[in-house]
Design a protein around this ligand. Structure first.
Ligand code: GTP
Ligand code: MG
Length: 334
């Protein structure tokens, strides 16, 4: 076997960096798509306050709508906060939304976080909504802060997210692969563990304590004005970082031993977390707030083998030709 390429040749690396920048411009949501999301959110708020007036009901977007990692086809994730018991019963909420013209309504009342899924034909957006589960707003605030610290994070993360969708590696619920949230944690931890690091651990930096949310500690350093530019000692280009990302997860990481921890800003061991015998623990990604949860457990061993081969495929293409388009080619089912 040929020895692994540690770095790309400089001209190839510069071309890849330009390709990533161009792809990022293409992937960024258009003003029109941002506008549709905003209008949808206003309309949802109007509907809820007309159907059930006087309950201080508010609509908060989270997920990619708020964390700067939105693509044109991303869904809108919504948390409704309200004192109204009828809205809390997701089935009544679903019925009211149907009456007001929403389509493809799916109500999942029994889930850990009950949700309603809808499609708005007017603004052409899909939406997942929960009621009064505000923890997702806090993890969204964390991701948003990380993205704002260094200007390389957004293009790198969007291009990798695009790759995960093209290669069918981004479906935790049905596909047995990983959610966008899990992928983002893997990207952030990769950037935290560069030498020198591109990102800090926001949980480890000094910060003011906030009161817990549903028993969970939600405080971390979030003053973006003092954090911006934290990673400037790291001079790596987008091309170098993307290449190193695939190399790390395709060849260097010891999946047998390690736990990816954004909270620690480092790798932990399965032993120290007591995660040696969990189910589906081939890939361990610690949820940064509920640290007992493994976000990687949506992928079983077989699916992880597939994901691992995809990292290696991407690394090989970049090592040999450096072509981003080939790396992100749509997966063809056999
Ligand atoms: P796209 O919809 O693919 O553009 O990405 P997204 O960033 O919106 O991710 P996704 O729709 O998978 O999840 C939306 C949000 O839900 C995330 O930003 C998290 O705030 C939250 N979330 C998703 N999965 C989990 C999970 O397993 N645990 C927790 N605590 N929150 C999650
Ligand atoms: Mg989403």
């Amino acid at each position: 076997e040929k020895p692994l390429l540690e770095k790309m040749p400089p001209d190839q690396e510069q071309a890849l960096t330009r390709d990533i920048e161009a792809e990022f411009e293409r992937l960024k949501p258009s003003a029109a798509s941002e506008d549709r999301r905003r209008k949808f959110l206003d309309k949802l708020s109007r509907i809820l306050n007309e159907e059930w007036p006087g309950h201080d009901t508010k609509v908060h977007a989270f997920g990619s709508t708020e964390n700067h990692l939105c693509m044109n086809d991303s869904d809108v994730d919504v948390c409704i906060t309200t004192k109204c018991k009828a809205i809390e019963s997701t089935c009544k909420l679903a019925a009211a939304l149907e009456k007001r013209g929403m389509e493809r309504i799916v109500c999942v009342p029994g889930a850990k976080v009950p949700i309603v899924k809808i499609w708005d034909p007017e603004y052409q957006v899909a939406c997942d909504m929960n009621v009064n589960s505000t923890l997702a707003l806090d993890n969204t605030r964390m991701i948003k802060t990380y993205v704002e610290i260094d200007e390389r994070v957004r293009p790198l993360a969007l291009v990798i997210k695009h790759w995960t969708k093209q290669r069918v590696l981004n479906n935790a619920a049905i596909g047995g692969t990983l959610s966008s949230y899990t992928w983002i944690c893997m990207i952030l931890n990769f950037l935290q563990t560069r030498e020198p690091p591109v990102l800090p651990s926001l949980h480890m930096l000094p910060h003011k304590k906030k009161p817990p949310n549903a028993g969970v500690d939600i405080s971390f350093a979030d003053d973006i004005e003092t954090l911006r530019g934290w990673g400037r000692d790291n001079k790596e280009t987008l091309g170098e970082l993307l290449f190193a990302f695939f190399k790390k997860y395709g060849h260097d990481l010891d999946y047998e031993k390690n736990v990816i921890s954004v909270r620690a800003g480092n790798l932990l061991s399965k032993e120290e977390k007591g995660w040696q015998f969990l189910q589906n623990n081939r890939l361990c990604v610690e949820e940064p707030f509920n640290t007992g949860r493994n976000l990687g457990n949506t992928a079983d061993d077989c699916s992880m083998r597939g994901i691992h081969l995809e990292f290696r495929r991407a690394h090989k293409i970049l090592a040999e030709k450096g072509h981003l388009a080939e790396c992100c080619e749509q997966y063809e089912f056999p």
